[in-house]
Design a protein around this ligand. Structure first.
Ligand SMILES: *[C@@H]1O[C@H](CO)[C@@H](O)[C@H](O)[C@H]1NC(C)=O
Ligand SMILES: *[C@@H]1O[C@H](CO)[C@@H](O)[C@H](O)[C@H]1NC(C)=O
Ligand SMILES: *[C@@H]1O[C@H](CO)[C@@H](O)[C@H](O)[C@H]1NC(C)=O
Length: 477
């Protein structure tokens, strides 16, 4: 029975399997080792216990040039093994996802005005998912390049490429998340980053004939989508909210017609200066809340988040951006987050004006990317805070209309605790949700409603309707 040839083959196969599993074990061990090194053990100013682990560090995205992206990853507050994974991106271009997304929007840790102590965000999105914050591209936050000329050459293409490299390597470091349902979300100029990275992932998966990254969908808020329609909606909003004169409304439509948002002509910039002057020292990112009067810079840098911001559990504080500037420049905080002293910026900034002013390619529209990704069957949601005057709800509605998608479920209000939380309309391949009374950073202004929105997005369900009792009231009256 025992044919010697078969025995040989069997020995060969088992040796092969044995060696193979050794290799897998070794690489798992490597990644677990790096994971362990990245674990944040003690965070200055955190005087409370948390139920979840979190990790911070770098992933090298281009070895020869010495480019590395900085991340901070939070496991879900409960049962991380059963929860999906979300990557969150802020825009600018040049703004840090850790400064905004983490420290004032969806992250678990927010910073008090002393710039030293932290408090828990009761509506952190890690109640629903594992969340990964990425500072991108190089030159933003703690992300860096050892080739200094790189900082002059950032653009949409290189950002998407580096972010894809980041993800491929990050999943090797955290193999337990490799096959997890994966989503991407972000706001503002991340209206470019998020669909572009999604497209890069979909194309990578196709090219490698494997579901290397298990991308299920994406969501963007107050997102730059299509420069022509976004400008049209911008001026209409400024005028109808009563922030600019009739003359300026007319002129801005003429002078900024079909201009790039990022690279606009001097004539368009000129009229933008006028709109900014006419608006006065309000916070354009949230037109009905106080502005941070300690800093009354004009809103020339339209996409960059100016100094505003607030707190959730306490009185609204429009100056939160200042608190994170203090906190993240503390040497002991940088040490706790494994920031390399030799690669740390001389001064950590929430947004880098240098990156913004040197930005290269920025396509005029994302609509073609939407068409491609809708075809791929990704879950795509667009939300909008309706008191933002930077990328207002009118811009978003014009841009969505330009996609010419059939309506699946008509415009209707959605409810939160019996109150209208905003409005929603479902299209074929895309869901739109507005959040009433929220500014540019929806989760900052309406944290509870934003978490409701995130949970609905993950579940792929419609936004909540009114309780049947309150509907009854309306039809009775
Ligand atoms: C690193 O950057 C250089 C220059 O942009 C590029 O030619 C090279 O392909 C990049 N390497 C990787 C791994 O992306
Ligand atoms: C960049 O240079 C520093 C200092 O030499 C070095 O420690 C670091 O590993 C380099 N980073 C990359 C991504 O090569
Ligand atoms: C806008 O500009 C682009 C190129 O800059 C051009 O292809 C397009 O036709 C223009 N659209 C309108 C409405 O003028």
């Amino acid at each position: 029975m025992a044919n010697p040839r078969w025995v040989f083959v069997l020995i060969f196969i088992s040796l092969h399997l044995y060696l193979g599993s050794c290799l897998v074990a070794a690489s798992l061990e490597d990644s677990t080792a790096q994971q362990k090194l990245d674990k944040v053990l003690e965070l200055p100013g955190q005087a409370f216990d948390v139920s979840f682990a979190h990790y911070a560090g770098y992933v090298t995205v281009n070895k020869s040039l010495g480019r590395a992206l900085f991340y901070w990853f939070f496991e879900a507050a409960e049962d991380p093994d059963s929860k999906p994974l979300l990557l969150w991106l802020n825009g600018g271009p040049g703004c840090s996802s850790i400064a905004f997304g983490l420290a004032e929007e969806i992250g678990p840790f927010h910073i008090r005005p002393d710039g030293k102590t932290l408090y828990m965000n009761p509506y952190s999105w890690n109640l629903a998912a594992n969340i990964l914050f990425l500072d991108s591209p190089v030159g933003v936050g703690f992300s860096y390049s050892n080739t200094s000329s790189d900082l002059l050459n950032n653009g949409d293409k290189s950002t998407a490429k580096d972010s894809l490299n980041f993800l491929l390597k990050w999943f090797k470091r955290f193999p337990q998340y490799k096959d997890r349902d994966f989503y991407i979300a972000g706001e503002s100029y991340a209206g470019h980053y998020v669909p572009q990275l999604s497209q890069a992932i979909v194309r990578y998966n196709k090219a490698t004939k494997a579901k290397t990254i298990n991308l299920k969908g994406y969501m963007v808020g107050n997102a730059l989508t299509d420069d022509y329609h976004d400008h049209l909606g911008l001026f209409q909003f400024l005028w109808s909210a009563g922030l600019i004169s009739d003359e300026t409304y007319m002129l801005s439509n003429v002078l900024c017609d079909n201009e790039s948002f990022i690279h606009s002509s001097s004539a368009c910039n000129g009229i933008l200066d006028v709109t900014s002057e006419e608006m006065g020292n309000i916070d354009p990112y949230s037109i009905y809340t106080p502005s941070c009067s300690a800093n009354s810079r004009q809103a020339k840098w339209l996409l960059k988040r100016r100094l505003m911001v607030g707190q959730l559990s306490e009185k609204y504080d429009p100056c939160t951006e200042k608190h994170s500037e203090v906190y993240f420049n503390r040497p002991e905080v940088q040490k706790a987050l494994h920031v390399l002293p030799e690669a740390a910026p001389s001064k950590w900034e929430t947004c880098s004006e240098f990156i913004y002013t040197n930005w290269k390619d920025s396509p005029l529209t994302m609509l073609d990317v939407y068409h491609e990704l809708i075809q791929e069957g990704l879950r795509i949601w667009i939300f909008s805070g309706d008191t933002d005057a930077v990328i207002p709800i009118t811009s978003t509605r014009y841009s969505i209309d330009a996609l010419k998608l059939p309506t699946v479920s008509p415009w209707r209000p959605w409810y939160d605790d019996g109150q209208v939380g905003g409005w929603t309309q479902e299209y074929e391949g895309l869901n739109f949700v507005s959040v009433r009374g929220a500014g540019h950073e929806v989760p900052l202004h309406r944290p509870k409603q934003a978490l409701t929105l995130f949970k609905a997005f993950l579940a792929g369900t419609a936004m909540p309707v009114a309780a049947s009792g309150s509907r009854q009231l309306i039809s009775d009256s």
